[in-house]
Design a protein around this ligand. Structure first.
Ligand code: ACO
Length: 428
């Protein structure tokens, strides 16, 4: 493998270093390109650009491989739990028993939010989208926890990371409760992370909520699957906003904003809505036809991925969890599942989808699963964001310990007017 490549511009030659990754594609280092040549590179959508170096997560989109710190997602979903996975993503290694106790104990210590935060919720109309509420209240944490907002202090960074993992589920459950007009439920630290979240979402003062182990295990898996995915849109947004050295709560709230879109975290909500719109297996051909029509902007939601050009490894685990949840929730013969299975079968055998390497992604089955668990569609992106908070905060921490970290400031290809003189309004 060469350690440099040569760029020819006119009759001039420029050597560009090649940096090697552990696995996956190596990169051509263009950091000195502008200084040495006067040229920028052009890559809208970052399809060929590595924006940073990272040792947290690896994806091989062609082979359908996803590793967190080297561990395959299948093994983590099967054998780990969400808090252990969070420790792994943040610290780089699986915790021993003592490290796990200390970490999970610290997360529990931070589950409550300042009582004054409750009044923020009252400012929203009932029925507000819980993700709209989350954008604001997560950012508002910076008004309450300024004592851990110094990004240049490693100790404060660690406290913020733990606060974020602990408090985001509490805020998410409050957003849900507010949107349906039920009283907030305080965290119960006798419960584990997932059970506590389910309890805060589904218990009411009048009834004791009984946690179903199949549901809680499935949600644990869903959280592990969503915890990180290298430099996706929302993680890159968090990194970019954090590069200005803004406080961590403000950076994470920008991750919520980016994740909400239907091309990213909003896709599971969109996928479920699409299945409901299809309504019946017999209508599938019509929707397949629309998805293939270049003049129609309809897309099969839950299909395709920027990185995976084979089956998303998370979708396989998700499909299994989906069957388990539908079984316990008495929805085994659910019409939506029937439509999803048939749609998947037809698309996987259709030349359009095969040639464009469009396979089901994680969102294809997560919507049906979360729906069967009792979550409304509006909560899907919120649940995704609760899990991804761990990835965001791991990348955020990595960024600050990287000596190469600097303010992220992309450049552009300017195609506007050249310099011209102002014309007085009377002469326009
Ligand atoms: N249905 C129909 N056609 C599709 C779909 C789809 N779901 N996805 C891509 N295509 C087609 C495009 O029309 C395009 O066709 P063309 O080459 O003839 O113009 C081609 O496949 C490539 O699509 P792009 O949009 O250029 O690919 P990109 O990598 O930018 O898009 C994306 C990836 C945004 C995820 C896309 O596949 C999509 O919109 N999918 C549906 C939304 C979705 O499920 N998002 C969830 C992503 S996973 C996540 O965030 C957890």
């Amino acid at each position: 493998m060469p350690d440099k490549c040569t760029l020819h511009i006119g009759d001039k030659k420029f050597d560009l270093p090649i940096r090697k990754g552990t696995v996956g594609p190596n990169v051509i280092d263009i950091t000195e390109l502008y200084k040495n040549t006067g040229y920028f590179t052009f890559d809208p959508g970052f399809t060929s650009t590595a924006s940073c170096k990272s040792d947290i997560c690896f994806i091989d989109g062609d082979k359908g491989i996803l590793l967190y710190r080297g561990y395959p997602i299948e093994q983590l979903a099967d054998k780990s739990n969400f808090i252990e996975t969070a420790y792994l993503l943040i610290k780089g290694e699986l915790p021993n028993r003592q490290q796990f106790q200390e970490f999970s104990g610290a997360i529990k210590n931070h589950t409550m939010v300042h009582e004054q935060i409750r009044s923020f919720y009252n400012g929203f109309r009932r029925g507000a989208h819980p993700m709209a509420i989350m954008l604001s209240v997560v950012g508002a944490l910076s008004a309450f926890y300024a004592d851990s907002a110094n990004v240049n202090d490693a100790n404060e960074r660690e406290i913020s990371q733990r606060r974020m993992i602990a408090k985001v589920p509490t805020l998410a459950a409050m957003a849900y409760k507010y949107s349906i007009g039920q009283p907030f439920v305080y965290p119960d630290n006798e419960l584990d992370y997932i059970e506590n979240f389910l309890n805060m979402c589904f218990s009411v003062p009048a009834f004791k909520y009984k946690i179903n182990q199949t549901i809680s295990h499935a949600l644990e898996k869903i959280f592990i699957l969503h915890a990180d995915h290298e430099q996706n849109a929302s993680t890159s947004t968090v990194r970019l906003s954090a590069s200005s050295a803004v406080n961590p709560f403000a950076s994470i709230s920008s991750g919520f904003s980016s994740l909400w879109g239907p091309l990213h975290g909003g896709a599971n909500e969109a996928a479920l809505k699409m299945l409901k719109t299809i309504g019946n297996v017999k209508n599938i051909p019509e929707f397949i036809k629309r998805a293939k029509d270049p003049k129609d902007n309809f897309r099969l939601m839950g299909f395709g991925h920027r990185v995976y050009k084979s089956y998303d490894p998370r979708a396989k685990i998700m499909q299994k969890a989906c069957h388990e949840v539908l079984e316990v929730s008495g929805k085994k013969n659910d019409d939506l599942l029937k439509i999803a299975l048939e749609l998947e079968k037809i698309a996987l055998n259709d030349d359009y989808f095969v040639s464009k390497k469009l396979y089901p992604n994680i969102d294809f089955y997560s919507g049906i699963t979360l729906n069967a668990m009792g979550f409304p569609t509006e909560m899907f992106a919120v649940l995704f964001a609760v899990a991804r908070t761990v990835g965001w905060i791991a990348h955020w921490g990595e960024m600050y310990s990287d000596p190469e970290n600097k303010l992220n400031r992309p450049r552009q290809l300017y195609i506007g007017k050249d310099k011209r003189d102002f014309i007085d309004i009377s002469k326009r």
